[in-house]
Design a protein around this ligand. Structure first.
Ligand code: NDP
Length: 453
């Protein structure tokens, strides 16, 4: 059977055995199709059924999460932990709390995480989890009771050398704190079972900033290859959460001008450049809608989502040199990339996971727009989580610039590995292909070494 037919067969059987998991199929299709040059060169992967194995999680845990709201009513959510692949290390990946969460979304994120973690060069396997719980509008007490109930089940399946969850959408420092407190109460262990912890109780300096900073470092590497840099560039960013805020901060530090940010309700355009302190106050301290931004900065404009042109994300209609999708999956479609291209954007660097639709990725590739694919560009978060684990295991504590320097070096080595692999397989500069092949090869070879498990 040809390699193409073999991949097609795996896609068909994945769709048949796991119906309705569209985001998962999208992630699998992207990885498998970009492995073609490797599979042509190395028959061992299909001879040993590596692809069939790698698309099936080693374990998936689905559980009921029951908690009491402030009015005394009993509420019920679904919890997930997908332990996807442990060939190169213990499972590692974030927890997402968002009403859109289902098994297909957690599986897409867990699948991506396998290759991302491999690319970092660190010993971490791939996993992901979360719940359809919506933290928005909940009191602190409600968030705490939910986290405690969620951890009561999750604690049976994780451990510092087994599975080490972290944050993702809807799970930040507050949630990690409540989750860790409950884990400790249940197990009597103070260990590094979660990352993204508070600085006073085992967290690493620069972990909060890491994904956003890392994404900008990755963009610097891409532009550096063209003897260019982010300095002086107009940047558009979507999202206004952890990744977006620290992307904006690093861009400002390096002399770029970020002019947009967004949340699920609308977007801000500030031609003078996003005011970082205001953004942090609104989102990190007050947890408000971005609409508040224009009250403090009336020269900026706010556009609510219902006024976006049809089938368009208005963030990507703002003229820019470089774009950083940093909110969620499939937030940049074909219309959006055409808008970006028309307005002269030369680089799309993905802070979010799978933010660009397959049609938009194809447009990026055929129009030679520079592209930082998520599993490489946003790997700084998980890499710094591993640095947090190293500090916990050795009882060490590194300074901010020490961690930040390590992060910057890791992002450079991820870029070099992805770039060199793209060159090795005859499509120099195709970082999506380079990242997928490099990430896959290390995991697949480890699976082969470890036998039929
Ligand atoms: P946060 O919860 O901190 O922020 C998410 C942001 O995206 C918020 O502004 C949120 O708006 C917006 N958003 C979420 N869902 C939607 C949606 N369906 N439509 C429009 N806007 C939306 O999450 P993070 O910043 O941590 O994560 C952002 C992305 O980065 C995700 O794809 C995540 O998987 C990825 N990522 C995160 C890492 C990390 O270390 N945190 C590491 C690697 C990747 P609102 O507040 O209104 O919901």
């Amino acid at each position: 059977m040809s390699v193409e037919k073999y991949i097609n067969k795996i896609m068909q059987s994945t769709m048949q055995s796991t119906p309705g998991q569209v985001e998962f199929y999208q992630a699998v299709e992207e990885v498998l199709s970009s492995l073609l040059p490797l599979l042509h060169a190395e028959p061992k992967y299909d001879n040993l059924n590596i692809l069939e194995r790698i698309v099936i999680p080693e374990r998936q845990i689905i559980f009921r999460v029951v908690w009491q709201d402030d009015a005394g009513r009993i509420q019920t959510n679904i919890g997930y932990r997908v332990q996807f692949n442990s060939a190169i290390g213990p499972y590692k990946g974030g927890l997402r709390f968002h009403p859109s969460v289902n098994l297909g979304i957690i599986k897409f994120l867990g699948f991506e995480q396998i290759f991302k973690n491999s690319l970092t060069g660190l010993q971490i396997g791939g996993g992901k989890g979360g719940s359809n719980f919506d933290p928005k509008g909940k009191s602190d007490g409600e968030i705490m009771r939910f986290c405690q109930s969620f951890m009561t089940e999750l604690s049976k399946h994780i451990g510092e050398t087994i599975d080490i969850p972290a944050g993702d959408i809807g799970v930040g420092g507050r949630e990690i704190g409540y989750l860790f407190g409950q884990y400790k109460r249940l197990t009597n262990n103070f260990d590094g079972v979660l990352t993204g912890k508070g600085i006073n109780w085992g967290g690493s300096l620069a972990r909060t900033e890491a994904t956003g900073f890392g994404s900008v470092y990755f963009a610097e590497n891409i532009l550096g290859k063209q003897n260019d840099s982010v300095k002086g560039k107009i940047a558009t960013i979507s999202g206004s959460g952890n990744v977006a805020i620290y992307t904006i901060q690093k861009l400002i530090e390096l002399g770029a001008k970020p002019v947009t940010c967004s949340d699920s309700r609308g977007m801000i355009y500030d031609k003078n450049g996003i005011h970082l302190d205001t953004l942090k106050l609104i989102k990190e301290v007050n947890r408000q809608s971005l609409e508040e931004y224009v009250i403090i900065h009336p020269e900026a404009t706010y556009l609510p989502v219902h006024k976006y042109p049809e089938n368009t994300n208005a963030v990507w209609a703002v003229p820019c040199d470089i774009a950083f999708p940093s909110a969620t999956q499939n937030e940049l479609n074909l219309n959006d990339i055409k808008n970006l291209h028309k307005n002269g954007c030369k680089l799309v660097c993905e802070g979010a996971n799978m933010p660009t639709t397959p049609e938009a990725v194809a447009f990026i590739q055929s129009n030679k727009i520079l592209y930082g694919p998520a599993k490489a560009a946003n790997a700084g978060g998980v890499a710094t989580s591993q640095l947090e684990m190293s500090q916990n295991a050795s009882m060490a504590r590194w300074g901010f610039s020490e961690v930040d320097n390590k992060l910057s070096n890791i992002m450079k080595s991820i870029f070099d590995l992805s770039y060199n692999t793209s060159k090795e397989f005859g499509d120099e500069g195709n970082l999506m292909m380079g990242a997928n092949i490099a990430g896959f090869r290390k995991v697949a070879d480890s699976m082969i070494d470890q036998g039929a498990v």
